[in-house]
Ligand binder design. Structure first.
Ligand code: XMP
Length: 506
């Protein structure tokens, strides 16, 4: 087992980022709630502990404290932002509200002889985001950094192996933040960098073999990154024991179903791909309300899956592509059957004796790296997020096969052109509106659909900005779509952020 650093969560927005940064250094990390007991932590044998930031004040009614025993496990602790203030407060120091909040990239002067900043330049750009701060050092601590407005921007107590930073070394705006974390993880905690996707893969193959033995596993393959990587891993761990059901609802993008089939045809698993598009289209006939569309698709998806599953005997295990953020967000480490929004919610009551979740320790970027290691093609591994109901919620209003075909072609051209452009867009797709307008083609009047192009830049998909795609890219896509796709004579580009709009149009 690789060395581990435990991140103790006090409610800050960067807990997953901190955990990912530690893993980028090659050391495994886990996130635990602030209520974690010293014994539970000890059982994980961590090399170090990092306290996250948090929204509260240590003096507030809702302040999250921790068991003081966490400080005396003989394991180094680094407190970040609120984590530092809490460490200060619980060791008899003083925390107070600053007159002005400090927010943004700020210059800090660091003590280059301290543990976290040794050998670094004395002036460092760091990201500050706080109102409270340490104003009185606890006994035995010394200040190791300051900014113009924050006299104690970092501290240390080497004897007790306790360290704190008021700023956020995990963010990119702290330019040498990774170097600071590196010093904590390796110089202070003496962790070894044994965590790689190779190691994870080997461990999971062993674990899955042990869990499943010679029994059988069923997996719902959606074509998304997580279920695809899960399938590839299981085929390697349990050759011949895995059955994947891929339900094609008819709302996939151009060539997607073929790509999924091709990616798994050579692997040691049974892939059952069901073309249920007729059923889905029939169920949606005359339906134009978005939530109703989603409900019908979700229900039919589960029904189709169950019907197929019944024809293949009785697999003992259900596999799921649950990943670490799902585990952290659900606030529990217990095995729960994820309501898999991406494939519409899989059956919970089919009498499985267990759930197999070989990706539940991984972040998304790690899942992608693992997929590449397992030899999956780039198109699958770097797939954009794609809604479970697929193109059905991108054909606005009532869905017909003709409209789906128009959208599929136009969307493929837009994704091809945007993919080639040198811009960071996290999700980009086309939407077929329900509106037709007059146009002219050659000497003829046309009366065809308006197609909308969308591209957004976002880190969490909760908020998003529209991407500033260069005009010439939009012009090229527009020219190609109106030339190559019959049925579209006008193109518009969506320039609304989320909020007030959502990313999808329905
Ligand atoms: P919105 O449109 O809510 O989308 O801003 C946020 C993200 O969620 C995706 N999305 C869905 N995913 N089933 C899904 O699995 C859905 O019904 C659904 N609706 C939206 C959307 O593509 C974006 O990434």
């Amino acid at each position: 087992m690789a060395d581990t650093i435990v991140i103790v969560d006090f409610g800050g927005q960067y807990k997953e980022l901190i955990a990912r940064r530690v893993r980028e250094l090659g050391v495994y990390s886990l996130i635990k709630p602030s209520s974690v007991t010293p014994d539970a932590l000890k059982a994980l044998a961590p090399k170090g502990i990092i306290f996250t930031g948090g929204p509260n004040s240590v003096y507030g009614d809702h302040a999250k404290l921790c068991d003081p025993g966490l400080f005396t496990l003989g394991v180094p602790v680094l407190g970040i932002c609120y984590g530092m203030q809490l460490m200060c407060h619980m060791h008899g120091g003083t925390v107070a509200s600053a007159e002005t909040s400090e927010y943004g990239a700020i210059e800090a002067t660091v003590d280059t002889h301290s543990a976290l900043f040794s050998g670094m330049e004395p002036t460092q750009q760091v990201l500050m985001s706080h109102t409270d701060r340490v104003v009185g050092l606890p006994e035995g601590f010394r200040a190791t950094a300051h900014t113009a407005n924050c006299p104690i921007a970092a501290f240390e107590n080497r004897e007790k192996n306790l360290y704190g930073v008021q700023f956020h070394p995990e963010t990119e705006l702290s330019l040498n933040g990774m170097e600071m974390l590196r010093r904590f993880v390796f110089d202070v905690c003496h962790a070894e960098d044994g965590y790689t996707m190779d190691v994870y893969l080997k461990e999971q193959i062993e674990a899955v073999k042990k869990q499943v033995g010679d029994r059988h596993v069923l997996l719902g393959l959606s074509g998304g990154v997580d279920s695809s990587v899960c399938a590839a891993l299981l085929a390697k761990a349990l050759p011949g024991q895995v059955t994947c059901i891929y339900v094609d609802h008819g709302f996939m993008r151009k060539n997607e179903t073929e790509q999924v089939k091709a990616a798994f045809s050579q692997r040691d698993l049974t892939l059952i791909a069901v073309d249920a598009s007729e059923n889905f289209l029939a169920a949606l006939a005359g339906v134009s309300e978005p939530e109703q569309k989603r409900k019908i698709i979700g229900r039919l998806f589960v029904e189709t899956f169950e019907k197929v599953a019944k024809t293949i005997g009785k697999p003992e295990f259900l596999a799921q592509g649950t990943i670490y953020p799902d585990v952290v967000e659900s606030g529990t480490d217990a095995a729960v059957i994820k309501s898999h929004h991406n494939v519409g919610g899989l059956p919970k009551d089919m009498g499985f004796i267990g759930v197999v979740e070989p990706l539940r320790g991984l972040f998304k970027d790690e899942v992608r790296r693992l997929g590449t290691l397992l030899g999956l093609p780039d198109a699958l591994v770097n797939r954009q997020p794609f809604p479970g109901p697929g193109l059905a919620i991108r054909v606005l209003g009532e869905i017909t096969r003709e409209k789906l075909d128009i959208l599929r072609e136009a969307d493929a051209i837009w994704r091809e052109e945007t993919g080639r452009a040198n811009v960071r867009a996290d999700q980009y797709f086309a939407v077929l509106t329900n509106m037709r307008t007059v146009g002219v083609m050659g000497d003829f009047r046309t009366y065809d659909y308006v197609l909308a192009l969308r591209a957004v830049t976002t880190s969490d998909f909760m908020t998003a900005d529209f991407t500033r795609i260069p005009w010439d890219v939009i012009a090229r896509a527009s020219a190609r779509i109106t030339n190559e796709v019959r049925g579209v004579n006008r193109i518009v580009y969506d320039v609304t952020p989320k909020p007030p709009a959502t990313i999808e149009w329905e």
